[in-house]
Design a protein around this ligand. Structure first.
Ligand code: UDP
Length: 257
């Protein structure tokens, strides 16, 4: 089977990298000695963001123009198998970003946290410091701000010049915020990490390991927050797989004729 570097699901881009390849790229971005002219943009694509990008051309453009887009979730792994485009690894932001923090800690690189509610952010920073005692967290700002506050936040980021800016404000807002501000941000890379701070702060419990290993984290998240997650599970996932199966049927017929 052919292993391509960039693959597309319903037209939405995913970079098909192993963990090692993705970390090597991050290392390259943060180790560059060049002055920062535009922050590197690292996003994660999952069934939900594909659903959003299909309806929102602005988000679609943000994903298409990012520096790296990693495959997030078991949905893409299954779709990859169905379409004969195997996804090498599930590099979801919740597991991937702590590895980036570990790398930053060992390299003496700085991190700035942006997003989530104030109390969640405080607990997240505390837990991160406990897990990575030598990680240089040089700033933290919650993710509920108006235009005037945003200006001050960007000034603070640019004064501190973090190597890594973690932006946890949910899709599609975080991808749009990063894309819009990247040219004026003095951070080497920006990662759009969704609900990561909620997990790191232990505000939200993560699915047990056995569920994650079976690719069933989405079931746990549905049970945790049925009101906001039901449409992802009962509409977005079935529509996604209906379209994937239709493409598969088309491919099969095409190659048969
Ligand atoms: N959030 C934020 N600012 C906002 C809206 C949301 O900082 O204006 C935070 C919210 O508190 C939560 C995260 O963004 O920590 C969204 O998490 P979610 O799991 O919904 O992300 P998604 O899976 O939609 O990317």
């Amino acid at each position: 089977m052919l292993m391509r570097e960039t693959i597309y699901f319903l037209g939405v881009r995913v970079d098909n990298l192993t963990l090692e390849q993705a970390l090597r790229r991050i290392n390259g971005y943060i180790s560059s000695s060049k002055a920062i002219s535009c922050s590197r943009k690292v996003f994660f694509t999952n069934v939900h963001s594909i659903h959003l990008a299909k309806k929102d051309s602005d988000l679609y453009r943000c994903i298409s123009n990012a520096d790296m887009v990693l495959p997030d979730g078991s949905g893409l792994k299954i779709a990859g198998k169905v379409l004969n485009k195997p996804v090498k690894e599930n590099l979801n932001g919740t597991d991937f970003t702590p590895i980036v923090c570990l790398m930053a800690e060992s390299m003496g690189r700085s991190v700035y946290l942006l997003g989530a509610k104030k109390d969640v952010l405080i607990k997240c920073k505390k837990n991160l410091t406990k897990e990575f005692p030598n990680l240089n967290i040089i700033g933290a700002q919650h993710g509920y701000f108006d235009a005037a506050e945003e200006k001050k936040i960007i000034e603070d980021i640019n004064k501190k010049k973090p190597d890594i800016l973690l932006v946890a404000m949910g899709s599609p807002f975080q991808e749009k915020w990063i894309t819009h501000n990247a040219p004026r941000l003095k951070a080497r890379i920006c990662l759009a990490v969704g609900g990561l701070f909620d997990f790191l702060s232990e505000e939200l419990e993560r699915a047990p390991l056995w569920m994650r290993k079976l690719g069933l984290e989405w079931v746990f998240r549905l049970l945790q927050d049925p009101r906001s997650k039901w449409s992802r599970v009962f509409i977005e996932i079935p529509v996604f797989f209906y379209l994937i199966m239709s493409i598969r049927a088309f491919q099969t017929n095409f190659y048969r004729t």
